[in-house]
Design a protein around this ligand. Structure first.
Ligand SMILES: [Zn+2]
Length: 321
């Protein structure tokens, strides 16, 4: 069983595709390895099945620039609302205050962190526990999987199909969770602060003002376990505390309870949609890994962080779920 699982992971890590991994997993019927009846419908979404109520989503590290889908463009405000169907409109002639900006940059090497994390998680659990992983392979110039569909796919039919494929996978994996669960939405930022930003949906202003009254993406956990916001963001079992203990800067954390003058991402569409802000017992946390760790330090810095993050997420998950 261990050999096959390692073989599966090795093939996965070498070729970077899910297919060979899934083939090994599903063809080995006598094993108690994760098998799955759910699968993406397009080749632009990868899914590695897991066997615990933990899902890692990597929406922004895709590399495929499908020529049949035009590059996404900025939108225009119409009656205060952003409209992204701008075909034939000269955006240069539009008043800059009426432009809805978009982001098209990749979160370079975020998926490498997810793959290292997966391997390490299994090793640490004695090959008994495996998180689910959903990775987007399409480049962000074509679809932004962490936005609402209008901004994400800009009314292009194939872009919409691939966008829906990604979100259906998250929804289907969530449906397999019995009881409480956790979605980690893994990203990368270039804020040049060498700090991991943890997003629970509290805004920068709310964190700076110690105002935790608005519902977070871990509202379910806070209610279920009676945990305060302060414990969530800086307690001994918080992701921020454990990252700091491991030698990585994190915000919010025990060391830095709020962003202050730093730039900060609070959590995007996936964290808003698939966490417990609007109810339920499945939480979500956005993790934004800095460029210093993802690629500026080279592959070993990236891999070392992935292994440590596996340990930290495993501790957090086992404590709260
Ligand atoms: Zn991102």
């Amino acid at each position: 069983m261990l050999i096959l699982l390692e073989l599966c992971l090795a093939s996965y890590l070498v070729c970077g595709k899910t297919l060979s991994c899934k083939q090994i997993l599903t063809s080995t019927t006598s094993l108690t390895l994760p098998t799955s009846t759910i699968a993406p419908t397009t080749e632009y979404v990868e899914y590695i099945p897991g066997n615990i109520n933990l899902l890692i989503s990597v929406p922004h590290d895709g590399t495929v620039k499908l020529e049949t889908i035009p590059d996404r463009t900025a939108g225009i405000k119409i009656n205060g609302m952003c409209n992204y169907n701008t075909l034939g409109i000269n955006l240069n002639a539009v008043n800059p205050s009426d432009i809805c900006k978009i982001v098209t940059g990749r979160d370079l090497y975020a998926s490498d962190i997810a793959k290292t994390l997966l391997q390490e998680y299994q090793t640490l659990s004695g090959f008994t526990a495996m998180p689910h992983i959903v990775i987007a392979n399409l480049h962000r110039t074509k679809v932004d999987f962490n936005r609402g569909i209008n901004e994400a796919a800009q009314e292009h039919p194939l872009a919409e199909t691939i966008y829906k494929d990604y979100h259906e996978m998250i929804k289907k994996v969530r449906q397999t969770f019995r009881g409480q669960g956790l979605v980690i939405d893994l990203h990368g930022q270039n804020h040049k602060q060498n700090s991991t930003e943890l997003g629970y949906l509290w805004t920068k202003d709310e964190l700076d003002n110690f105002d935790y009254t608005s519902p977070s993406s871990v509202k379910g956990l806070m209610k279920r376990k009676g945990v305060t916001a302060k414990e969530i963001i800086s307690g001994f079992t918080s992701l921020g505390y454990m990252l700091e203990e491991a030698g990585y800067k994190a915000v919010p954390s025990n060391r830095q309870i709020n962003p202050g003058s730093d730039r900060y991402y609070r959590g995007g569409y996936i964290t808003q949609e698939y966490g417990s802000r609007d109810g339920g017992n499945i939480d979500a946390i956005q993790i934004e890994v800095p460029s210093e760790i993802r690629y500026e330090g080279g592959p070993e810095v990236n891999a070392k962080y992935g292994r440590k993050l596996a340990e930290i997420i495993k501790t957090f998950f086992e404590h709260y779920y």
